[in-house]
Write a protein that binds this ligand. Structure first.
Ligand SMILES: [Zn+2]
Length: 102
């Protein structure tokens, strides 16, 4: 598990985040910002909404940071993390509609 819950910033920890995604090709990313329905969203590490070149994406202006995220190498790691959170369970998470994590 790699904890980026304080956010990800180019020049600070974006490189470490990209390395974590590469190291966990079958892993998951939990996005900690709350979605439209108030929940947090689960992605696969390959999802295009969490895995892209931050500086090259110009929408609408170059981006320099991502919201807080946690990268898990597998489902067991994700479940173990959620077990430590009394306010968060697997069933509460939104599943990203692009990557449909299972
Ligand atoms: Zn996704």
């Amino acid at each position: 598990m790699k904890d980026f819950s304080d956010g990800i910033v180019v020049g600070v920890n974006e490189a470490a985040y990209q390395a974590a995604l590469r190291d966990c090709p079958n892993g998951f990313v939990l996005s900690l910002n709350r979605g439209r329905k108030g929940g947090r969203t689960l992605h696969t590490t390959k999802c295009r909404s969490v895995n892209y070149d931050l500086e090259e994406k110009q929408s609408p202006v170059p981006q320099t940071h991502r919201s807080g995220k946690i990268v898990f190498s597998n489902r067991d790691e994700l479940v173990a993390y959620l077990d430590t959170k009394s306010d968060l369970s697997l069933g509460d998470l939104n599943r990203c509609s692009f990557c449909s994590p299972r």
